[in-house]
Design a binder for this molecule. Structure first.
Ligand code: UFG
Length: 329
């Protein structure tokens, strides 16, 4: 029996496939390669190129392979783009998941682990954020992820499917081997943008606002290593395999760093001065997002192993300095 990883050629998907294969699991990947990279596909995984909105394609994967459970990363994830082109997000994220669930129900596949986000909460009521806190997304990306969670819930009640939704905070870092890492185009995330400076691809890093109500005025985020996220998916699938009920978990380190602290750590790691310029706030950025991941620790037995920000940035730098143009290098 194999695990089907949808979006297994993307950033978090490819790191999860590496961990699954290291754990001795059989892996099938489906990815449309719209944002994923063929070079990120693990050589021991079986690969299908196709789109989850294509029912015939999804059916054919389930017909050809013995799939025990699905890990679903196949979604668009750019907050800014979701605000200018919301229907793209409804189409890929929601319509795609609807087709996937129809096919899973038809094939009797009843376990799914889902890549969700802290963006489901919107502006938090308090930090650290608990899974039971208010969910009021402030962008269309977060709204579609929250709707996908609800689609799993109602489909589960009707058809006996069980799901685990993993709400990630700020995914970052790269595989310790240096073989795979973060390669978005366009890039919008803080750490890879900072590392473009020592790589000579950017003159300075912009700090989006330094007048927030935080210790140094810049936004605080909970940065979590991609391999720790990947491990949580394996634990979540094991939990479902053992009969665990549908559930939602936050994934973060429970510690926040300001934008300035992240830049300072990158300066130490790279030995480059990394000039920074303060620019106006970016619309929709909450001042602080920090996860309570107590539930993932106690229920799934999850223990992040790369929680140190310096180590996270070292793994990211190890990837970016050798791949300044991503997988094209
Ligand atoms: N930032 C800068 N300069 C930059 C880029 C980012 O100052 O050039 C700041 C942002 O304002 C923010 C922090 O760095 O305060 C982190 O920004 P990212 O874009 O890296 O990450 P976000 O916290 O905005 O987004 C993350 C995930 C999203 C998810 C969101 C939840 O990447 O998928 O958390 O709110 F939706």
């Amino acid at each position: 029996m194999a695990i089907l990883v949808l979006g297994g050629a993307g950033y978090i998907g490819s790191h999860t496939v590496y961990e699954l294969i290291d754990a001795g699991k059989e892996v099938v990947i489906a990815d449309n390669l719209e944002t994923g990279h063929i070079e990120a596909v693990h050589p021991k995984a079986k690969f299908y190129q196709g789109d989850i909105r294509d029912r015939a394609f999804v059916d054919s994967v389930f017909d050809n392979e013995q799939i025990d459970g699905v890990i679903h990363f196949a979604a668009n994830s750019l907050v800014g783009e979701s605000m200018t082109n919301p229907l793209k997000y409804y189409d890929n994220n929601l319509c795609g998941t609807k087709v996937l669930l129809e096919s899973m129900v038809a094939h009797g596949i009843d376990k799914i682990v889902f890549s969700s986000t802290a963006a489901t909460y919107g502006e938090p009521e308090r930090v650290p954020i608990l899974e039971t806190d208010r969910t009021e997304p402030t962008n269309c990306y977060g709204e579609t992820k929250l709707s996908m969670e609800k689609m799993f819930k109602w489909t589960g009640l009707a058809h006996g499917l069980r799901f685990v939704s993993l709400r990630y905070f700020n995914a970052c870092g790269a595989h310790v081997s240096g073989k795979i890492g973060e390669a978005h185009n366009p890039e919008s995330h803080l750490i890879p943008l900072i590392l473009q400076v020592p790589n000579g691809k950017r003159e300075f890093i912009s700090i989006f606002g330094d007048d927030y109500d935080t210790k140094d005025g810049t936004c605080i985020r909970d940065y979590i290593h991609v391999t720790d996220l990947a491990q949580a998916h394996i634990l979540a699938m094991d939990y479902l395999m053992k009969g665990g009920e549908s559930n939602i978990f936050n994934l973060g380190n429970g510690v926040g760093f300001t934008v300035k602290e992240v830049i300072d750590t990158a300066r130490e790691v790279t030995g480059h001065p990394i000039p920074a310029k303060t620019t106006p706030r970016r619309a929709g950025d909450p001042a602080q997002l920090i996860a309570s991941s107590e539930k993932a620790r106690s229920v799934l037995g999850w223990h992040p192993e790369h929680a140190d920000l310096r180590e996270i940035i070292e793994t990211a730098w190890n990837w970016h300095k050798n791949h300044p143009n991503g997988f094209a290098d």
